[in-house]
Design a binder for this molecule. Structure first.
Ligand code: FES
Ligand code: FES
Length: 263
């Protein structure tokens, strides 16, 4: 057997992926066949009704060969994956500018948590689905897990750490109206989603006060300065998931905060 006969050079185009895999795997399978699948062994397996063992071994050999090819045969690809693209960025968070050297692919969420030690903003899904990472950029709520840190340069970023009236709040009076309302109405259980809920509620109340509409406003026909009803609150907060199901108390807290009352 001459396993390497007619093996195309790496630069030759292949008809499809199957052909490529066959080329990679075949020589190794043939070589191992000479060792492992001796006539005696096949007879032995046949006697015990274990011929399927040969297929299993072939599969394992083929998988190992493919894994080795991927690991050692494509160094350029692996290097490209590991290459970093660092650059300098200045982020203004809660009024304080901070200059960082970051990989240009860093999300705003990771910049806050991993590079600025601001862990109040939470990472839930990291896919834009739960709202745990909500921050304000120039007053608008965004999912920081889906926002590149570099895109936020020059903007006013507000996180949960920057909402209170003082930098080191000691009493409920030092908190923002929404923070205080969440405390008073027990708007949380484990608290993991709470920073995102509070940031989102803060923006939702401002949006409603500015007369911005939601889909509920359209359906209810109240398009002129819509009231922040419970339905409006539920709709406007629908991007923030609470896995503890603290929704009734979250709605109560937002309602109270929107009326200027924490309790
Ligand atoms: Fe960003 Fe879930 S962590 S939306
Ligand atoms: Fe636990 Fe919302 S309070 S996830």
């Amino acid at each position: 057997m001459t396993p390497f006969t007619n093996k195309p050079s790496p630069s030759q185009p292949h008809a499809d992926n199957t052909e490529v895999l066959t080329d990679v795997l075949e020589p190794r399978i043939c070589a191992s066949e000479l060792n492992a699948e001796s006539a005696e062994e096949i007879e032995e397996l046949e006697r015990h009704g274990l011929l399927s063992e040969i297929s299993r071994r072939r599969f394992i050999q083929a998988s190992s060969a493919l894994a080795a090819s991927l690991a050692f045969g494509m160094p350029g690809f692996i290097e490209a994956q590991e290459a970093t693209h660092n650059a300098t960025v200045t982020l203004k968070v809660n009024g304080k500018p901070q200059t960082l050297s970051l990989d240009s692919r860093t999300s705003l969420l990771d910049a806050l948590r991993e590079h600025m030690d601001m862990t109040g903003t939470k990472k839930g899904c990291d896919h834009g689905q739960c709202g745990a990472c909500t921050v304000l950029i120039d007053g608008r709520r965004v999912n920081s897990c889906l926002t590149l840190a570099f895109v936020s340069e020059g903007a006013e970023i507000t996180t949960i750490e920057g909402l209170a009236k003082t930098s080191d709040p000691k009493a409920i009076e030092d908190l923002s109206a929404v923070q205080a309302a969440f405390l008073m109405h027990d708007g949380y259980q484990c608290g993991y989603c709470t920073p995102g809920q509070i940031i989102s509620a803060t923006a939702a109340i401002t949006e409603q006060q500015k007369g911005e509409l939601s889909i509920v406003s359209w359906h209810s026909g109240k398009n002129d300065q819509p009231e922040l009803t419970d339905d409006e609150i539920r709709e406007r907060m629908s991007g923030n998931i609470c896995r503890c199901g603290a929704y009734p108390n979250i709605v109560a807290a937002v309602r109270a905060a929107s009326k200027g009352a924490s309790a």
